[in-house]
Design a protein around this ligand. Structure first.
Ligand SMILES: Nc1ncnc2c1ncn2[C@@H]1O[C@H](COP(=O)(O)OP(=O)(O)OP(=O)(O)O)[C@@H](O)[C@H]1O
Ligand SMILES: [Mg+2]
Length: 308
């Protein structure tokens, strides 16, 4: 099957500033593909190119087999978009936000009213049909934007930070809905700052920084390749960490000290965890042995310091 999205040496410049610095990726039909990266990494710039509202400065991009430079309009009729900032019309009630948006899609017009009702039920807003937008909570607005993005039965759904700022209940509800859509075969592209979200939803993802892709794979493969299975953490100053590690054969396991924390990244082959725990207990230090996560990969690749 041909890819839904194909990007090759894709670049976005704003005047002299390079926001997306020549990236390559392919997204297969039915896949949930993620973009992770610190603020300013170039995620939204990439999403807007996929959305065909911002044209590439260089490189090639094909979305649904078409070139956004020539077929932007045809591409947009087959996309669903949940932008980073909510752009609901505050002067229209909930249902009219869906109906007016649906009227922009010729293929959806005849069925918009029925679909709008179904979609409000789908995102658990059936009882808010006639409410005003300012009466909705942040989570409700986000669900409404997702419902709106589905009005034209899109083949490709672009979600720019779908759950930022929402409480855990609202996030879980949105995740459930996104998983239902994926099970129906909708291809999804997602940006997020939440590593647990990416780990739960994405089949594959890229980690971006400064407009470049640093790594690309499934969450599990990225964790295995860059971190390992487990992380041993020890509360320790730089001097305490040096003492702790002195004379210890780490068998090739990598470690990192930041702030007041020493982290040792462990794979099964290292067989080190028991010795580390014994040493920490002996020294009376605080320690934690936990599973490696995507957040470990992210921080390892993009650094722990704020880059502003
Ligand atoms: N229209 C624009 N004009 C000039 N610079 C821009 C424009 N849009 C984005 N940028 C810059 O491009 C870089 C990438 O921005 P982008 O919005 O793509 O990042 P992001 O990864 O989505 O960040 P965030 O996580 O904060 O949403 C940033 O340095 C930003 O300031
Ligand atoms: Mg963004």
């Amino acid at each position: 099957m041909s890819p839904v999205v194909e990007a090759c040496a894709l670049e976005k410049r704003y005047a002299d500033f390079v926001a997306v610095a020549g990236i390559d990726f392919q997204i297969a039909p039915g896949e949930c593909f993620g973009f992770l990266g610190p603020n300013g990494a170039g995620k939204t710039s990439t999403m807007r190119m996929l959305q065909s509202v911002s044209l590439p400065s260089a490189g090639t991009l094909r979305v649904l087999g078409m070139d956004p430079r020539h077929d932007g309009k045809r591409i947009r009729t087959r996309l669903g978009v949940c932008p980073q900032a909510d752009n609901l019309d505050p002067d229209l009630p909930v249902i009219d936000n869906l109906l007016v948006y649906g009227s922009y899609f010729p293929q959806a017009r005849a069925v918009t009213a029925r679909r709008a009702d179904e979609l409000l039920e789908f995102v658990a807003l059936g009882d808010k049909k006639n409410h005003a937008i300012p009466e909705l909570s942040g989570g409700m607005k986000r669900r409404l934007v997702i419902a709106r993005a589905l009005i034209n039965e899109p083949e490709l759904l672009l979600l720019d930070e779908p759950t930022t700022g929402l409480d855990p209940q609202a996030r879980h509800l949105i995740w459930t809905k996104l998983r239902e859509l994926r099970a129906r075969g909708v291809t999804m592209v997602l940006t997020t700052h939440y590593m647990d979200e990416a780990e739960r939803l994405c089949d594959r993802l890229v980690i971006m920084d400064g407009g470049k892709i640093l790594a690309q794979d499934s969450p599990r493969a990225l964790i295995d390749a860059h971190v390992g299975q487990e992380v041993f953490e020890l509360g320790a100053s730089a001097a305490e960490a040096r003492d702790f590690l002195a004379g210890l054969d780490l068998c090739g396991a990598s470690h990192e000290h930041t702030g007041d924390l020493l982290a040792v990244f462990l794979s099964a082959k290292h067989q080190l965890s028991e010795r580390l725990i014994e040493r920490a207990r002996g020294a009376g230090s605080r320690y934690l042995l936990r599973n490696a996560t995507l957040e470990d990969v992210f921080l390892k690749l993009t650094g722990r310091e704020l880059d502003e």
